[in-house]
Design a protein around this ligand. Structure first.
Ligand code: UT7
Length: 337
């Protein structure tokens, strides 16, 4: 019997175009100093015109399959779960197209919409499919092109978000082997849905028959309220999960928080009592990449040799919805591609 879903491959892809704080300071009423001190972000990647979320997802997916030593014909994957806020189209989902482009055959393929918590939600869905005996290997991708939904007149969101994709492969395995997922915690609060949204383009606006303003077609965020909620929920979810899986906080080797803002990451670590040096940070290089954030942070930490087999990792995320979620997992000692 399968005891656990186990991490067996990790891939990351960033589009080549680097957008620095200085470049944004030429376009918006902002400065490198404001962005660096208020967010910790120094640069981010944005796609070139014509490149969509599915394109990034295919690149990251390829790399995760390679990292997992999946055969070149990509047989053996039973499902693809894709987390994104920026699908290629409102309909259909992006996952079936990505599955076809990756040559996965006629696997189950669907999108998860949980904004910046999307990767954690997708991981839980994939792990459940494995634990239920429905799948033996599942590809999970978080991919975003926020640059396509940012309001070009809004400096507060335009300086934060970046594009990118990260992917993992989960397989059946044992609970005591490195890479095993020990548990999840997920939650939501839809009464706060207006804190992060694209107001127009869905059935609520279309059914009302209103003509949306240009701003309503873009991503909006009440930054300060989101900041406070993000700290509260990531800390509370992390604590709940650590209790559930019986990991004392002192045994955690790495806190891998959603890379939203360095001040949020520091505050969550402080609330939990995790030393700053155990907090994984790569937002200075990539900004907030929403559903791609956690796998990109993991890939970056692994590439820098920061993760050792058996290390205890707590992944925690927060995003629009509101949604939040955490994952307790040990590091499998794989090589990301
Ligand atoms: O990924 C999902 C979760 N997302 C997050 O967790 C993001 C959470 N929020 C944040 O990270 C922060 O709230 C922001 C980085 C978005 C904003 O930082 P803040 O310290 O909360 O600033 P604020 O929104 O309270 O604004 C403070 C001031 C305002 O000016 P006044 O009203 O005090 O004169 C803003 O207009 O900073 C101004 N401001 C800027 N100034 C220069 C906002 N954006 C900028 C900017 N450059 N880019």
């Amino acid at each position: 019997m399968t005891e656990a879903a186990v991490l067996t491959g990790l891939g990351a892809y960033l589009p080549p175009r680097r957008v620095t704080n200085e470049e944004l300071a030429d376009r918006f009423d902002t400065t490198d100093e404001w962005i660096t001190t208020r967010t910790g972000i120094r640069t981010r990647r944005w796609v070139d015109p014509g490149v969509c979320t599915g394109d990034l997802a295919v690149e990251a997916g390829h790399r995760a399959l390679k990292s997992a030593n999946i055969a070149a014909d990509h047989t053996g994957i039973d499902a693809l779960v894709l987390a994104t806020t920026t699908p290629d189209h409102p309909c259909p989902g992006t996952a079936p197209d990505v599955a076809a482009r990756l040559g996965l055959g006629s696997v189950a393929a669907f999108d998860i919409s949980a904004v910046c918590s999307g990767f954690v939600y997708a991981l839980e869905t994939a792990a459940n499919s494995i634990l239920a005996g429905r799948s033996r290997k599942v590809l999970v991708i978080g991919a975003e092109t926020y640059s396509t939904i940012l309001d070009p007149t809004d400096r507060s969101t335009s300086v934060i978000f970046g594009d990118g994709a990260g992917a993992v492969v989960l397989r059946t395995g044992r609970a005591d082997e490195p890479g095993a997922i020990a548990g999840f915690d997920l939650g939501s609060d839809g009464s706060q849905r207006e804190l992060i949204s694209i107001p127009a383009g869905g059935s609520r606006q279309r059914s009302a028959g209103t003509v949306p303003t240009e701003a309503e077609q873009y991503f909006t965020m009440h930054g300060r309220k989101v900041f406070v909620s993000a700290v509260q929920h990531m800390a509370a979810s992390s604590r709940t999960l650590l209790d559930r899986v019986g990991w004392p906080v002192g045994t955690l080797n790495h806190l891998v928080g959603h890379q939203a803002n360095i001040r949020i990451l520091r505050a969550v670590a402080e609330h939990l009592g995790v030393p700053a040096e155990r907090t994984v940070v790569n937002l200075d290089q990539v900004g907030n990449t929403s559903a791609a954030s956690i796998p990109l942070a993991l890939a970056d930490a692994a590439a820098h040799g920061a993760l050792s087999p058996g290390d205890r990792l707590l992944l925690t995320a927060f995003g629009g919805g509101l949604t939040w979620g955490s994952v307790a997992i040990t590091w499998p000692g794989i090589t990301p591609a």
